[in-house]
Design a protein around this ligand. Structure first.
Ligand code: SF4
Length: 244
């Protein structure tokens, strides 16, 4: 089924609307819809907004097995604060992880781009595929000003890989808007954000950034080319983001 015409119409209607208006429309329009959350600043913002609109909404996250303790702490705080939320925690398949780390070592990702991509595929891309299977739409925390290749994004788009709608309620927001919302609404957030971690992924693949560095410079810093391939748009994620 060609969803593009309906999605284009919705994108036009929702241009300039607030994140809450976009979420209200999306949660009313799609039956099988879930927020993809890595519990970064944008994601906890969306969780708070969603919980105020539909307290039992669906959220999924990918537990790669290599997350920081601070990320588990914020997941636990969110579970306490929003007990009605349907949070699905996706794990990688043990039968894929075990042979990978036995053959290549527990920290294989530092040895080559190929190894890093294999680890990301097994720990993130494959579980993301299971998490989005059967959905009509998924919600992301993408913002237009994060990278140049997001400059033309709309609040509603077609995820052509999955042929489902992708909802980006924060597309018009800045980093400052997100933090103002978090503080005003006392939303639980990952403590690593206070230690110069603007973007938080797996513990061994994320570091703090220096003043003036790109917000995403702390991810896979040991690899020289720093191109995003974006789990959100292809079969990769951002929750869950990868580089090509
Ligand atoms: S970010 Fe690092 S640890 Fe996490 S899945 Fe990718 S390579 Fe593996």
């Amino acid at each position: 089924m060609n969803l593009q015409p309906d999605i284009d119409r919705a994108a036009t209607q929702l241009r300039g609307k607030t994140p809450q208006e976009v979420l209200t429309w999306a949660l009313g329009n799609y039956e099988k819809i879930s927020l993809a959350s890595s519990f970064g600043a944008e994601d906890v913002t969306l969780i708070d907004m969603i919980a105020k609109i539909k307290p039992d909404a669906h959220v999924f996250t990918l537990d790669t097995g290599r997350l920081n303790a601070e990320t588990y702490d914020v997941i636990a705080k969110v579970q306490q604060k929003y007990p009605q939320l349907n949070l699905r925690i996706m794990f990688p398949q043990a039968e894929a992880v075990e042979p990978m780390v036995s053959a290549k070592g527990i920290n294989l990702f530092y040895d080559s781009v190929e190894n890093r991509k294999q680890c990301c595929y097994i720990r993130k891309v494959e579980p993301l595929g299971r998490a989005t299977k059967g959905l009509d739409a998924w919600i992301t925390g993408l913002r237009r000003d994060q990278t140049a290749n997001r400059s033309t994004m709309e609040a509603v788009e077609l995820d052509s890989d999955r042929n489902i709608a992708k909802i980006n309620p924060l597309i018009d927001w800045t980093n400052e808007d997100v933090w103002q919302y978090i503080h005003q609404n006392e939303v639980p957030y990952n403590a690593l954000h206070d230690q110069n971690f603007p973007s938080i992924g797996c513990a061994p693949c994320t570091r703090a950034v220096e003043a003036g560095e790109d917000l995403r410079a702390g991810r896979w810093w040991w690899e020289m080319s720093n191109q995003e391939c974006g789990l959100h748009v292809s079969s990769d994620g951002t929750l869950v983001r990868a580089k090509g």
